[in-house]
Design a protein around this ligand. Sequence first.
Ligand code: NDP
Length: 273
Amino acid sequence: MRTVELADRRVAAIGQGTWYMGEDPARKAAEVAALQQGIELGMSLIDTAEMYAEGGAEEVVGAAMAGRRDQVFLVSKVYPHNASQRGVPQACERSLRRLGTDCIDLYLLHWRGQYPLEETVEAFERLREQGKIRRWGVSNFDLNDMIELDNAACAANQVLYNPPQRGIEFDLLPWSQAQQMPIMAYCPLAQAGQLLQHPLLAEIAERHNATPAQVSLAWVTRHAGVIAIPKAVDPRHVQLNAAAGELSLSAADLQAIDQAFAPPTRKQHLAMV
Ligand code: NDP
């Protein structure tokens, strides 16, 4: 499995997302089992947020980590409307309680909101001093936001990235690589929509005895410093996602993908879901 240096640790380049987990109690056991299967297969980074199922996803993650916290690199996110001096520590306490842990490895601002960045960063730094978070970062920050943030303590930026949505390659990605700032790529499977039916991905997959989803994950993580966080509950998906960490695409594969999904030739606004 390819690895990436993130927040002073080395983590597998393919982790696990949790959006839409924790919404239905009848599915909780399957979600917990999927995350545990993923941890066993080496996808140690788990990405969650207070937003997902309004805390429900963090509870699923807490159950999945019970007895194996030390095997997990835990990422959670604070809502922008909680990103104030008073709101951040309160939101973090609630997250820690739901997650059943005393420390979050990486705590992100989910997207920019009404509070000044300095105020949120100060609150993050205080949590860090208290040992409640190990490092902090941001999400959905475009290049201008990163330049405005101008803070070397920021450990990562989590943004949308997949073959049809590759606007970050124009400016944000090269800038981040130059700063050695890891990018966490969300929706790396484009939420299992049309992309996974694309004939080119199917053709490349066949050549590698792989699946279109694995091709997408290998493509997203082909850059140094990029971590993909696919969400999967189906155990076959979990297994395939972990195995995608071994798949390397050829120069010809990459060129064919460039023809089907053109790389950006000018600045594009940061895409978000
Ligand atoms: P993904 O691109 O990860 O797609 C998830 C879908 O893909 C699910 O339907 C899943 O099905 C399916 N799937 C997973 N693996 C495979 C496979 N090998 N083959 C075929 N289908 C597969 O979308 P997400 O929106 O979930 O994004 C990933 C994660 O990124 C989120 O879960 C969340 O943690 C994070 N995120 C962050 C955002 C932010 O603003 N910071 C915004 C959006 C996402 P099944 O579950 O049935 O296995």
